[in-house]
Design a protein around this ligand. Structure first.
Ligand code: ADP
Ligand code: MG
Length: 615
């Protein structure tokens, strides 16, 4: 092993897959990555925590909690990852499916209520991370403090930050957050000398992600990502539960209601049935309802395929989006890497194979592949494995508000991180000494359709005429996706900046909605954005013209003056017309500018004379 400055390489950095359903820990040394198993030889820690009935302390983590979840539905917490770093409104749809109580906390965040004791999803995740940390410490027989943790590719800033916080609560320094699909590609240890395009298809219990990666000269680059945090094996479990409940009601009466413990039992049962049907052609379902009532039926694989078909199609839609963003066709993809327990479903492998016209990679266990990849990334950071470098992308464009509610995009979506971009702006009002910088994320052209990430003021600009200050706004996104925005006024060197960590960021649904809307509204938006720009420009120009007229009006001949007035009033009409045709507006503006060139020349000549620089 090598020693590197500032630390020794004998402090292990572990790789953690903190899954919605299952979590794992792995470690990579010079011989390669391995999953660290528990004392009973089980590599998986179910992401499940049981509290005691009063909610005062946690009683069980992992398998033990999962196995008895049915008995203690109100104080067993699973799927906490779905609540991480999210607002209560964003998780409304989930709550019906969670037998425990979810309530609203500070900043309208989602919290978990166990008999009146409130837990944040970060705390619940921390119990799972602690379990993994303990496993690793038992394995190495020494303390472990550093970890790489994976997250779904579409996790926004707030969700990544929440994951980092969960690590800190568990006593882990999270040295890097890595996207799950990118970790999977690392685990496959593809031939780094060969340039290739890889699709990573990750269908787990709760989330779906697809990433298009390029492996070029030993460097991984994420070209694009797409997915859905509301698509996974759980949906199929739920569909089976609904089917069972519907049939039971039809058979034994509509009035039948199912308490939480029964609903949870249905879920476990449905999952077992689904998994059986990955291997067998049929599965028996039997539910004893008491009072000699027994529901029994045989579920055929073909029936399940009918249920799954539209669900798999949704994943293919996301694959198409990812390819479109990467400007590629399915045939451009050389390798397809399958990740997540749900990729064991034969229908999934078949549909994905057909779409990409390639045999999907299934050699590595789809449950452990992400953790293995996380440990490979950890080894790269520790200096054990320096061969590969990993780059991620920004999921939605970042920009600032300009006059009239338009958004100027500064970093566009799918730019690889770390990224830096700058743009120059000016003021719109004479003597303006403050500039408010509003930072937005989204694909649409107008602020009202994007998400405000944060604001700050650049103050103390010396008073200058409108348009003269040179305000340079720089966006910097670090390797972990954290955005810092800096604004500098170049003439005075006044500077202000913020690090943008939103309350609870964008939900995946918002990302999806914003992306969809941006396509639907692209034309309207462009028109409106253009009109805003034209209005701003026209107002500045008219102000300029009136100043010049003040200065040299007496030198201007009457017919020239009349011509200027006509052009200005035409442009003024366009400014006031909400429905103006941008092309006609642009033409009028060009005419006015053209007409007033002579006026500008007169004004400049006068200025030079006044300052004694010309005669
Ligand atoms: P996550 O990343 O969300 O934690 P995993 O990758 O561990 O999820 O996948 C868990 C999902 O995989 C669950 O919905 C589970 O039912 C499903 N699953 C596991 N094995 C199989 C199988 N053989 N057939 C179908 N689904 C499976
Ligand atoms: Mg997973």
């Amino acid at each position: 092993m090598t020693t590197q400055p500032g630390g020794t390489s004998d402090e292990p950095i572990i790789g953690i897959d903190l899954g919605t359903t299952n979590s794992l820990v792995a470690y990579c040394d010079a011989t390669g990555p391995v999953v660290i198993e528990g004392t009973e030889g089980d590599p998986v820690v179910p992401s499940c925590v049981r509290f005691d009935p009063t909610g005062g302390r946690h009683e069980a983590v992992g398998r033990e909690a999962r196995d008895h979840a049915v008995e203690f539905p109100e104080h067993t917490v699973f799927s906490a990852k779905r609540l991480m770093g999210r607002g209560i409104d964003a998780v409304k749809d989930e709550i019906d499916y969670l037998p425990y109580k979810v309530v609203s906390g500070d900043h309208d965040t989602a919290r978990i209520d166990i008999s009146g004791r409130i837990y944040t999803p970060q705390e619940v995740s921390a119990y799972i991370l602690q379990e993994l940390k303990t496993r690793a410490e038992a394995h190495f027989d020494k303390p472990v403090r550093k970890a790489v943790i994976t997250v779904p590719a579409y996790f926004d800033d707030a969700q990544r930050q929440a994951t980092r916080d969960a690590g800190r609560i568990a006593g882990l320094e999270v040295v890097r957050i890595v996207n799950e699909p990118t970790a999977a590609a690392l685990a496959y240890d593809l031939d780094r000398q060969q340039d290739s395009t890889i699709a990573v298809y990750d269908l787990g219990g709760g989330t779906f992600d697809v990433s298009i990666l390029r492996l070029n000269k030993g460097v991984f680059q994420v070209l694009s990502t797409a997915g859905d945090t509301h698509l996974g094996g759980d949906d199929i479990d739920r569909a089976i539960v609904e089917l069972i409940q519907k049939e039971i009601r039809a058979q034994f009466g509509d009035g039948l209601s199912f308490p939480p413990s029964t609903r949870q039992a249905f879920r476990s049962f449905a999952e077992a049935t689904k998994i059986r049907l990955s291997n067998d052609e049929s599965a028996e379902i039997e539910v004893a309802l008491g009072e000699d009532r027994v529901y029994h039926r045989t579920l055929m694989r073909t029936e399940l395929i009918d249920i799954m078909q539209p669900w798999v199609e949704k994943t293919i839609d996301a694959c198409k989006r990812a390819l479109r963003d990467a400007k590629l066709k399915p045939a451009d993809v050389d390798q397809v890497v399958m990740v997540g327990g749900s990729t064991r479903i034969p229908l999934v492998q078949q549909v994905v194979g057909q779409f990409f016209d390639a045999e999907p990679y299934t050699a590595l266990n789809p449950d452990t592949v992400v953790a293995l990849g996380a440990s490979v990334q950890a080894a790269i950071i520790a200096g054990i494995n320096r061969e590969a470098l990993l780059l991620d992308v920004i999921p939605l464009s970042l920009g600032i508000e300009t006059m009239g509610g338009a958004v100027a995009k500064i970093i566009v979506r799918n730019t690889t991180v770390p990224a830096v971009a700058a743009e120059k702006f000016s003021t719109y009002v004479d003597g303006q000494t403050n500039v408010k910088i509003n930072v937005y994320q989204g694909e649409r052209e107008l602020t009202k359709d994007c998400r405000l990430l944060g604001s700050f003021d650049l103050t103390g600009i010396p008073p200058m005429p409108a348009g003269l200050p040179k305000v340079e706004v720089t966006f910097m996104v670090d390797a972990n996706g954290i955005l810092t925005v800096t604004a500098v006024e170049r003439r005075s060197e006044k500077q202000a900046s913020i690090q943008v960590v939103p309350n609870h960021g964008l939900t995946r649904n918002e990302v999806d909605r914003m992306e969809m809307e941006s396509y639907e509204h692209a034309i309207d938006d462009m028109t409106e954005h253009r009109l805003i720009d034209l209005r701003n420009q026209a107002k500045l120009d008219i102000r300029q013209i009136s100043k010049q007229l003040e200065k040299v009006g007496d030198e201007v001949k009457a017919d020239y003056r009349a011509e200027i007035d006509t052009k200005v009033s035409t442009v003024q009409q366009f400014i006031d017309d909400r429905e103006a045709d941008p092309n006609a507006f642009h033409q009028a503006l060009t005419d006015m500018d053209h007409t007033t060139i002579r006026l500008a020349e007169l004004a400049i000549a006068k200025t030079l004379r006044d300052e004694g620089l010309a005669d």
